[in-house]
Design a protein around this ligand. Sequence first.
Ligand code: NAP
Ligand code: G3H
Length: 477
Amino acid sequence: MNNKLHGLAYINNKFIDTDKKISINSAIDGTEIGSISALNKEQIDFAFESAHKAFYKWSFLNFDQRIEYILKFAEFFLEDKEVIANLITKEIGKSYPDALTEVIRSYEYIIATVEMYKKELVNPIIYDDSIHGIKNKIGKFYHVPIGVVLAISPFNYPINLSIAKIIPTLLVGNTIVFKPATYGSLVCSLIAKYFDKANFPEGVFNLVMGKGSEIGDYILTNRRIEGVTFTGSTDIGKKIAKALPAKNIVLELGGKDAAIVLDDIDIKKVAKEIVKGAFNFSGQRCTAIKRVIVLDSIADNLVEELKNNVLDLKIGNPFDGVDIIPLIDNKSLNYVLDLINDAIAHNANVITGNKVVGYNLLEPTLVDNVSTKSRLAWEEPFGPVLPVIRVKTIQEAISITNASNFGLQASIFTNNIEKAKLIARYLNVGTININKSPSRGPDIFPFIGVKDSGFGVQGIVDSLKAMTRIKGIVENN
Ligand code: NAP
Ligand code: G3H
């Protein structure tokens, strides 16, 4: 029996099969689990034209009509939660419990987005001119949709980071062309199924698929694009910013989040938290801890305890709910190995790990005494390796944190909260977590990357506002 799946594109409410297929192999062991339909230029153009045509009708619906459609979608999506989670695990190798959490988090994201839309966006902001001592004008300022939005998502949260783009964009009245990452596109093709079942008007949601390296540049030239919401690497993010200046753009890019560790901490507790923050999903999270910057005075003890926790991590098959799973592909594995070798060449010590023990499966690796001359101090591995950089002073820790090109998040571990708050003021990153690992959630929080980590803000309220513009209607008395 052939159990292989096939993911179809979806344009103007029709599922589209094409001659060109891309086979999808499981990240777990490389076996082919299915294929997707890759689109050509004409089909991509048709998706944008369909979205453009649909905009007028969709944006003129009442907000509660759009909410009704979205909630219908959410109902079908939730009904299939185990199917979706199963396919996430099979396709990209995320552990099954994490995959299920990703799907449920996405459903909760939809519900919270609807609530916050009603609360924060449907009513206008009202000003008058009483600031000038008169009251002749009443200005009503509305958040209005911008038109056709292009959403591009990454492989590591294939469902959550797609839903978190698609739903706010549509809810405020835009139409969408959605391009998922090729790794993860099979599971993302299910999203079209729920839009179809929810009977959305033609052209509101369109799914285009194909390799970014082949169709990405072409997509970015489409004249109908009024906004882009993107999560992925810094290189592609910069390409988008260059191709589409003066459009509504949100870019959530790479990170090199530091955990700054002072010498007054409970070492056991902090080491456990750092290892969890660094190695979950084999470090394939933008918010994974990607360097520990620790005061010399406590470094030996911290490294010992980090090692104990790393040795406790479970490695293997994602369906067994393990911590360390195979990396998304061989290129990613080799990239991580190169960074580790370069650190060793700069006199770093591998404390544990650095062995390939299966298909793209690297043991969790702890590297101590990492020099700031090595690439591992600065580049994003997106894999299960944690470098430790030892410093003599807090000032040095701040300066190394800020010297990164990235600026997503950072953590400060100390029992002195006032000191942590003071350090936080000096860190040039989007968000600072005191005594906890970096994380995007809770989803209601604004999620911000500065420098090469991003542009614009995501989050339940911020993603709604990001794909609107303000339109004023002034009543003169
Ligand atoms: P990626 O290689 O940049 O791919 C992201 C998306 O861009 C994919 O859909 C990809 O399609 C597409 N793409 C590739 N080339 C393109 C082009 N020329 N034009 C338009 N789109 C193009 O990133 P990834 O490997 O999926 O994800 C890992 C990276 O994302 C890491 O750097 C990570 O830190 C970052 N990330 C950041 C956040 C955040 O919120 N800050 C969250 C998650 C991940 P194909 O798959 O077909 O190539
Ligand atoms: O990979 C990037 C994600 O935005 C991280 O989300 O902090 O919930 O794992 P997370």
